[in-house]
Design a binder for this molecule. Structure first.
Ligand SMILES: C[C@H]1O[C@@H](n2cnc3c(O)ncnc32)[C@H](O)[C@@H]1O
Ligand SMILES: [Zn+2]
Length: 441
């Protein structure tokens, strides 16, 4: 790839990608100034060469739709390696929540910047994020040029005063994101999970999501214990409780979904929910069961893929995650045909984009130019019988060369502007957060 001009990172310019493999054929992609795909064609298209402000020579790269991560806690990048090898409830209540009590907006800003760097490096252009101080997450996403659906993690533990403050935080995020008027950034409600949010809290979130036409993002049935406790407390299984509270719609993204039974899979299918499979986190926190992918798909749900946060994964590499997904499904369900490469690819492209409402997740005329170039002159892409097979089973993020989101080049020739400074600041911020917690005792 040849273009060395730093202005290529500015956005708002027309770009012609030549010498790429697009939808299985050698060709070119023209991106117009509005950030949409103007045309895709075979060959180099001499006519469009004179129109484009920038020409990127893909040198035979695979052009794929950018990837979507449908469940993460981006700023938890600061907690990478802080608490490993523990069971979920102990991990959350003894290590994570006590540290998060010391979080500031600055921490979330720096952590989200770091997360964006990591996601861009693996070809991710959009993500679904649940955390705190989300106005600061929005600032980072805006500057880094990615797309995101952001929600405040709403946790009330049945306490009315806490519920009121979570409602205020959610309403404030709604106003803030609306004021940004940036189509790349949306907000959602974020009831954390049926075990941390009261019926009243769940109902408020579902009503707010419907009233404002925004997504709802929740953790669902990650562990067997939480399912048992839900039945004891509410006399219902978790997905039934969510249905009763109005939380199941086609704008719901439900993370994990490991312990859903067949009837609950049918419920998610009936409402067109998007489950987010998080295999690395589930394996690391020893959840004991993999998401019933095939049952959810057959029921009509829209299965997608997420990394979860950096404290339970411990990275945000969607290419690593998609291989884990394809392997874990086969291993856990003892089936060599479940989640084949083409369906795994759909999870991180079209299904992910559909879940978050960010276009078709395909390279086609009129679609947002969310395009990733994956090098083919590397060992993991040699030989190249089947690009989709290689993307799912053999490519690492080191093969990702160029990332374009809404027509803006975020990474080119493996370079992201400002990366060095972002990593330095994130490291300082992480150590400062841990020091503040230790000082507080
Ligand atoms: C937003 C809150 O969610 C917490 N969190 C991070 N990972 C998980 C997980 O796998 N299950 C449940 N909750 C999780 C995060 O630390 C925030 O407190
Ligand atoms: Zn999570």
């Amino acid at each position: 790839m040849t273009n060395e001009d730093p202005d290529i990172f500015g956005g708002g310019s027309s770009v012609l990608l030549v010498n790429v493999i697009v939808n299985g054929k050698k060709g070119s992609i023209y991106i117009d100034e509005s950030g949409k795909i103007g045309e895709t064609c075979e060959g180099t298209n001499a006519g469009l060469k004179s129109e484009a402000e920038f020409i990127i020579d893909g040198n035979g790269a695979i052009a794929t739709p950018g990837f979507t991560n449908t469940h993460t806690h981006a700023a938890m990048s600061l907690l990478r390696g802080y608490a490993d090898d523990m069971h979920l409830q102990q991990w959350l209540s003894e290590k994570i929540w006590p540290l998060e009590a010391h979080l500031t907006g600055e921490d979330v800003y720096r952590g989200t910047e770091l997360a964006c760097i990591e996601m861009i490096r693996s070809g991710t252009i959009a993500f679904n994020d649940m955390y705190f101080f989300m106005d600061q997450a929005a600032k980072a996403v805006d500057e880094m040029g990615m797309k995101a659906v952001l929600c405040h993690g709403f946790i009330d533990f049945g306490d009315e005063a806490k519920r009121e403050s979570e409602i205020k935080a959610t309403e404030a995020l709604y106003s803030h994101v609306k004021g940004m008027n940036n189509p790349r950034i949306k907000m959602a409600t974020g009831p954390h999970a049926p075990y941390t949010v009261s019926r009243e809290g769940l109902t408020w979130c579902s009503e707010f999501s419907k009233e404002k036409d925004v997504h709802l993002h929740i953790h669902l049935s990650e562990t067997e214990t939480e399912v048992k406790e839900c039945i004891e407390q509410h006399g219902k299984k978790p997905a039934e409780l969510l249905e009763e509270c109005g939380c199941l719609t086609n704008k719901t993204i439900a993370a994990h979904c490991c312990w859903l039974d067949d009837a609950e899979c049918e419920l998610l299918g009936k409402y067109g929910v998007s489950p987010s499979h998080n295999p690395a986190s589930n394996m690391k926190l020893a959840g004991g069961r993999a998401m019933p992918y095939q049952k959810l798909l057959d029921a009509g749900a829209n299965p997608t893929l997420g990394t979860d946060g950096c404290s339970s994964n411990n990275n945000l590499d969607i290419l690593e995650e998609v291989k884990f997904a394809a392997l874990l499904q086969k291993f856990f369900w003892n089936s060599d045909t479940v989640l084949p490469a083409n369906e795994a690819y759909d999870m991180i492209t079209s299904a992910g984009a559909k879940a978050l409402g960010f276009g078709p997740g395909r390279i086609e005329k009129g679609a947002p130019a969310d395009i990733v170039l994956i090098r083919t002159d590397v060992a993991c892409n040699t030989p190249l019988y089947n690009p989709v097979s290689n993307i799912i089973y053999s490519c690492g993020s080191n093969a990702v060369d160029t990332v374009i989101c809404d027509g803006r080049v975020l990474m080119h020739e493996n370079t992201i502007p400002g990366e060095e400074e972002i990593l330095k600041k994130a490291s300082e911020t992480a150590f400062d957060l841990v020091r503040r917690k230790e000082d507080a005792g």
